[in-house]
Design a protein around this ligand. Structure first.
Ligand SMILES: [Zn+2]
Length: 140
C-alpha cells in the first residue's frame, strides 16, 4: 500500500510504502528535476524535510517563540546547498535564532540553516503553515 506524500519543503509529490521506502515519483519540482526517479529522489526530499523539522524543533526547544518566526526554503537553491531558511522580524528574536544556529551541531554534509529578515519573504518560499509546533506536521 503506497502513501502519497506532498512535502512542505518543495513541490515534489512522491509515494512511499509502509517501510518508508520509495515507490514512485508522481511529480517533480524544478530543483529535483535532475535526480533519478528512484529512491535517490525520495531520500533527498525526505532528508531536506527532516532537516527543516530538526531546525524548527531545535529553535522551539531553545525558547524561540514559534509565532515570531517563519520557516521556508529557496525554490532555486541547488540540491547540495539548500539551507532551511528562518525568517525573523524582531531583532531580539533574530539574536536568539542566531545563537541557536551558532550552537547547532552540523552533521555530515548538512547545511547550516540561514537567518533571513521578513523583507526577504518576497523572494523566498515560506511554508504555508509557518512553524509546525511539534516540528513534524507533515508526518514523516
Ligand atoms: Zn522537490
Amino acid at each position: 500500500m503506497a502513501t502519497q506524500w506532498r512535502p512542505d519543503t518543495c513541490s515534489c509529490v512522491l509515494e512511499y510504502n509502509d517501510n518508508l521506502q520509495f515507490v514512485a515519483t508522481v511529480s517533480v519540482c524544478s530543483k529535483h528535476a535532475a535526480l533519478a526517479r528512484s529512491s535517490a529522489h525520495f531520500d533527498e526530499v525526505l532528508k531536506h524535510n527532516r532537516r527543516k523539522n530538526e531546525v524548527v524543533s531545535s529553535l522551539v526547544k531553545n525558547g524561540v517563540d514559534a509565532d515570531k518566526i517563519a520557516v521556508g526554503y529557496s525554490p532555486n537553491a541547488p540540491v547540495d546547498n539548500d539551507p532551511v531558511l528562518v525568517f525573523a522580524e524582531d531583532p531580539a528574536i533574530e539574536a536568539k535564532v542566531s545563537l541557536v544556529f551558532a550552537e547547532m551541531p552540523i552533521k555530515g554534509n548538512e547545511v547550516r540553516p540561514v537567518l533571513k529578515t521578513f523583507v526577504d519573504l518576497a523572494t523566498e518560499k515560506v511554508l504555508q503553515e509557518t512553524v509546525p509546533l511539534d516540528g513534524k506536521k507533515d508526518g514523516l
